[in-house]
Design a protein around this ligand. Structure first.
Ligand code: ADP
Length: 465
């Protein structure tokens, strides 16, 4: 059986992270402070032990008694508080010991003995019965040799107690600090994320029907403001796309209705009375025309829907080869209309994309050029390369497109007056489809100014390699 954990909120995750980090910091700081304190205390103890040892050494006046050892010259029993003292002579015999050491002598490690013999003092922690004690071993030099060794020790019981109390304090303070940290962290996370929630609620209210609404900025210029700005930009683009889509649907419906109304009208009139075979035939021919137009419209509408996602393949395509294929079709169309179509290849260029879609795009331009150029005219295809761009242009010697209509002609269903009257009447979708296909390939479609008249459409595509 598998359980799905509920998704953790950012707030919870932030708090968890924060708590973990805080816990690690507290543990490290506590450990460090504990060991620093322990060291400082031991250093303190060492210093006081050394002080006592020095007092004993300095009190022993060199003189006739010196040979008898220090014990005789110093009144050691005057007491050194909690410390205990032991004096050992050069042979290792105890010459003095404080009462506590009567039955339990202070041990001297071999290292301490070696150091003392070399004239060096040393500190060590050892045991005296059950007790841990800190001991300084200090040689007293006479004529450069360690004549006697003073050992001063003190119990570490109090030191341990102090450290234990400190550890206990830490055991209370660390969880307390952690608890406060968790509460503070969670409050901070909530406060920081609250505007985000507000943003999400407003964003949820902006629906398809109400895309004109925008998120309000708080004016802080922070990440959340930037997020709101980005979302607002997205809403603006969505709104524009929605408006466009709605207009397109309305236009498409209108375009479909016109031939359908004509079709219906023609059929109704034919049915209203008995007709001769010729009359029926004429009605059927006219109806077929409308049906053909409807089929073309349906195909173009499909093409519009698909044109923006045609770049499923990224195969290299020879642009000049593609132009040659298009010219073949163009020549056939042109012959029927008395228009000459020719090709003029500059440099061979390769582009990447969907060959059939690009062929459709180029063919749309050639069809237009042939259709809108009067008999006797000339249509020229040209393929060249400019730096990293492949160019395919279609130029004709027709009437051209007036400057004020140059932007408009790319919009769906736009046909200029001259074109509307034509029997061949296109759907007005050709240029929109072409532009969409080219854009999906990362290119541009432009209508260039031609001083000698006529129209010149140019497809620019990023060259392969
Ligand atoms: P259509 O199906 O009507 O050809 P397009 O989108 O291809 O639709 O073209 C839109 C309009 O642009 C055409 O109706 C026509 O008025 C104008 N147009 C396109 N190409 C040319 C051209 N080569 N010369 C003159 N006018 C053109």
């Amino acid at each position: 059986m598998s359980y799905r954990l509920a998704p953790t909120s950012i707030k919870t995750r932030l708090t968890l992270w924060y708590t973990t980090v805080l816990f690690l910091i507290l543990v490290v700081v506590s450990g460090l402070s504990y060991s620093l304190l322990a060291r400082a205390i031991v250093e303190d103890v060492d210093r006081s032990l050394l002080g006592v040892a020095r007092v004993i050494r300095d009190a022993a006046a060199p003189g006739p008694d010196a040979t008898r050892g220090m014990a005789a010259s110093v009144n050691l029993d005057s007491g050194f508080g909690k410390q205990f003292v032991q004096i050992v002579d050069a042979r290792g015999e105890r010459t003095y010991w404080s009462p506590r050491l009567e039955s339990l002598p202070l041990r001297m490690s071999s290292t301490a003995r070696r150091k003392a013999a070399g004239g060096q003092r040393s500190f060590e922690t050892t045991t005296l019965g059950q007790e841990r004690v800190r001991v300084v071993t200090m040689p007293v030099l006479r004529k450069g040799e360690a004549a006697e060794i003073i050992q001063v020790g003190v119990s570490l019981a109090r030191t341990h107690q102090t450290l234990l109390r400190y550890a206990e304090t830490l055991l209370v303070l660390v969880p307390l600090g952690l608890g406060l940290g968790v509460v503070g962290g969670s409050l901070m996370a909530r406060k920081a994320l609250k505007p985000m929630d507000a943003l999400a609620i407003t964003a949820r209210r902006i629906e398809a029907e109400d895309l004109s609404r925008r998120l309000s900025l708080r004016g802080t210029g922070d990440e959340l403001d930037r997020l709101a700005e980005t979302l607002n930009d997205m809403f603006a683009r969505l709104e524009a796309a929605f408006v466009e889509m709605r207009r397109f649907s309305a236009d498409a419906a209108h375009e479909l209705r016109t031939p359908l109304t004509a079709l219906k009208g023609g059929l109704e009139v034919a049915l209203r009375a008995a007709r001769s075979t010729e009359e029926y035939r004429a009605v059927l021919v006219a109806s077929l025309d409308e049906v053909n137009h409807l089929i073309r419209l349906a195909e173009d509408l499909l093409m519009v829907a698909r044109s923006s996602d045609t770049v499923a393949s990224h195969l290299p395509i020879d642009l000049d080869q593609l132009a040659l294929e298009v010219v073949d079709v163009g020549v056939r169309l042109g012959t029927a209309r008395g228009v000459t179509v020719r090709i003029d290849v500059g440099d061979p260029v390769k582009v990447r994309g969907h060959a059939a879609a690009l062929r459709r795009a180029a063919l749309n331009l050639v069809e237009n050029a042939v259709n809108y150029t009067p008999a006797g005219g000339l249509v020229t295809l040209n393929v060249t390369r400019e730096d990293h761009t492949g160019l395919l242009s279609v130029r004709d010697t027709g009437p051209g497109i007036p400057p004020e209509d140059r932007a408009r002609v790319f919009e769906p269903f736009v046909r200029l007056d001259a074109a509307r009257d034509r029997e061949s009447g296109g759907t007005g979708l050709g240029l929109a489809i072409t532009r969409s296909i080219v854009a999906a390939h990362g290119g541009t479609l432009t209508l260039d100014e031609v001083p000698e008249g006529g129209a010149r459409f140019v497809i620019r595509l990023p060259a392969a390699e």
